[in-house]
Design a protein around this ligand. Structure first.
Ligand code: DAH
Length: 340
């Protein structure tokens, strides 16, 4: 009689366990059957009224039913766990054999590329690379370069003045002054850097651009030496022999001063929009250092002389990479920068 009660209870419970579709439903079954107020608990409460002999028999049945149902619950729970794991593995599946996309890589700015090439070249020829501040004194930017306050050449460069009386350097030439004072003669130096002019910005004018200054001071430096270094510089940058010509040019810090032009690399000298149909591109102002400039920096011009040049790095990058708008160089547009 009591055996049948247990059998029924067990088989009904097993059916409910099998029918449970989630851990929550399963837990509800467990509470109903095995919980403190569940069916087995109720039966065991009634055992108080039984004889000792009956109690032992029923107790055994009760324990058997309890253990059997606990095992069935565990087994069902394990099934849910397996299914959950399988679903998760399926959802998070990754094909490790697919080729990786690779991390995005940056690239060097065209000016940086050209600047480091020129630095390597000049270092190989015994030149030192110098750095100077972008905020300069009026003296270094103008006076020490033989441009006194009332000199009309000051108007050639529209200057950004600071309230302090200092200025944003309008060219890299003040680094010549710093180089002469720091290193003394004989001297071979270059100074790449950023310069600033109060210019209206358009496709060929920027308020911020790059130059590379060069200076050599020694005994008996000639225009021939100057031309040699300039041709070496240009053919190394353009990776071929370039045809150059010298025209007289005026800069207060050189005498004689020149504009060094190269034959247009776009049209080979035939004439095109880049060279404004002239076949020549103005690229490299230079000259022999004005004796006053040496003297003002403590070098005796009777004993020493030299050459200097001021390469337009920005202009050069535009020539080499055929960039037709100067604003691209400062613009930070990744579509432009990724091409280098
Ligand atoms: N500093 C001049 C400029 O920015 C360029 C220049 C001309 C530099 C002649 C030189 C030089 O060293 O010899 O316009």
């Amino acid at each position: 009689m009591i055996e049948q009660t247990f059998e029924r209870l067990e088989s009904r419970s097993r059916e409910r366990i099998a029918a449970a579709m989630s851990r929550e439903e399963l837990e509800a079954v467990r509470v109903d059957v095995l919980g403190r107020k569940g069916e087995l608990a109720r039966i065991s409460k009634e055992m108080g009224s039984l004889t000792a002999e009956e109690r032992a028999r029923v107790g055994k049945l009760l324990n058997g039913a309890k253990q059997g149902l606990e095992a069935a619950l565990e087994a069902r729970k394990a099934e849910f766990d397996r299914a959950a794991l399988a679903a998760r593995l399926d959802a998070e599946w990754v094909d490790l054999t697919l080729p990786a996309t690779g991390a995005p890589r940056g690239s060097l700015h065209p000016i940086t590329i050209i600047q480091s090439e020129i630095e390597d070249l000049f270092v190989s020829m015994g030149f030192t690379v110098l750095d100077g501040p972008e905020v300069e004194t009026e003296y270094n930017n103008f006076d020490a370069l033989n441009i006194p306050p009332d000199h009309p050449a000051r108007d050639m460069q529209d200057t950004f003045w600071l309230k302090s009386g200092q200025l944003l350097r309008t060219h890299t030439s003040p680094v010549q002054v710093r180089g002469m004072q720091k290193l003394g003669p004989p001297l071979r130096m270059i100074a790449p850097g950023r310069v600033f002019r109060n210019e209206e910005v358009d496709a060929s004018h920027e308020h911020t651009f790059y130059q590379l200054e060069g200076m050599m001071v020694d005994r008996e430096v000639s225009v021939g030496n100057l031309i040699y270094f300039m041709k070496t510089l240009l053919s190394s940058i353009f990776r071929k022999d370039v045809t150059v010509r010298l025209r007289p040019g005026y800069f207060p810090f050189v005498e004689p001063g020149f504009e060094l032009d190269i034959e247009c690399l776009i049209c080979g000298g035939a004439g095109c929009p880049v060279c404004k149909q002239s076949g020549w591109v103005e690229l490299l102002p230079c000259g022999l250092v004005q004796p006053n400039v040496l003297r003002m920096s403590g070098i005796d011009p009777e004993e020493w002389n030299g050459f200097a040049f001021g390469l337009g790095l920005t202009r050069l990058a535009m020539m080499r990479y055929a960039i037709d708008d100067i604003r691209l160089l400062q613009g930070g547009d990744l579509r432009f920068l990724h091409q280098f």
